[in-house]
Design a protein around this ligand. Structure first.
Ligand SMILES: Cc1cc2nc3c(=O)[nH]c(=O)nc-3n(C[C@H](O)[C@H](O)[C@H](O)COP(=O)(O)O)c2cc1C
Length: 262
């Protein structure tokens, strides 16, 4: 009895699985999704870049593009100072990132640009996070900005250095209290088994620091990325987009500019 029931059940499942209309529907759906992505395409209409109009200093161009964003009426959800930071432990492939599953080659994540000066891009983070550990192994990093409203991207490569304790202290002190407590309580990038423990750690810290100012933890602070390469990309309707790469001349203070094929 049970055997025949099982056999019937298996037969039914097999029939369902091999039912052509189900299979064809599955593939059709996949194909639709693929096609839907394949057809996504925007026309880049905003403008163009020409060598004769480029400043000799890439910071000037970066700042003018950034200013244009600040002056544009952008939706409130658009974080114009968000940038992708890529780090790598390259050159130290045997080094293990503490807490990570395995040695990491290269990784990217978004961080917020908090300060620009003619010489560096500053962001703040946990020095013991994955990115922090990678930077301590290999300070060469890349930054990436994507500003679709103006059909633009900016790529930056350079060396990351820790900001001074004074700079990190000043920024930490200016953060909301909840962010300060979060920075202390969260062992960024480490596996945690229970969110409740993290919330409890924040409550304990609230109690510990009640009525007092919160000092910056030593494992939290800023990095300043000092670039030796900028690339400015301006999308064009023709798809023959403009790309200009600035490279810092070795041991000089000046930059060379090259047009790159799109
Ligand atoms: C919009 C946005 C802004 C972020 N800003 C920061 C930041 O300024 N600093 C930071 O440490 N993480 C920031 N994060 C979180 C990081 O992307 C990342 O999850 C975290 O830093 C851990 O990265 P890691 O494990 O590679 O070190 C931000 C994420 C988003 C989506």
């Amino acid at each position: 009895m049970y055997h025949s029931l099982d056999a019937n059940l298996v037969g039914t499942i097999f029939a369902i699985l091999t039912n052509e209309s189900i299979i064809s529907k599955f593939y059709a759906t996949n194909e639709d999704v693929t096609l839907a992505i394949h057809h996504l395409r925007r026309d880049y209409m905003f403008g163009s870049l020409s060598l004769k109009d480029l400043p000799s200093d890439p910071w000037q161009l970066f700042e003018s593009w950034f200013k244009q964003l600040q002056e544009a009426e952008l939706p409130s959800w658009f974080e114009l100072n968000a940038m992708t930071l890529s780090t790598s432990s390259e050159g130290n492939t045997t080094a293990r990132i503490k807490g990570a599953q395995d040695t990491k080659g290269v990784s990217s994540r978004v961080v917020l640009l908090k300060h620009i000066d003619q010489g560096g891009f500053t962001f703040f983070t946990n020095y013991e996070s994955e990115k922090g550990q990678q930077i301590s192994l290999q300070p060469r990093v890349a930054l990436h900005f994507f500003w679709p409203i103006f059909d633009r991207q900016v790529r930056v490569e350079g060396l990351a250095e820790k900001t001074s304790a004074e700079v990190s202290d000043a920024y930490f002190a200016a953060r909301p209290r909840s962010s300060q407590l979060g920075a202390i309580a969260s062992p960024q990038s480490q596996p945690i088994d229970d969110e409740a423990k993290l919330e409890q750690a924040v409550r304990d810290l609230e109690f510990q620091f009640e009525g007092k100012s919160i000092p910056r933890p030593k494992n939290w602070g800023g990095y300043r990325v000092v670039p030796n390469m900028f690339e400015f990309w301006q999308g064009k309707p023709s798809r023959l987009h403009d790309r200009f790469q600035y490279r810092k001349e070795e041991s000089k203070d000046s930059w060379s500019v090259t047009r790159l094929a799109p």
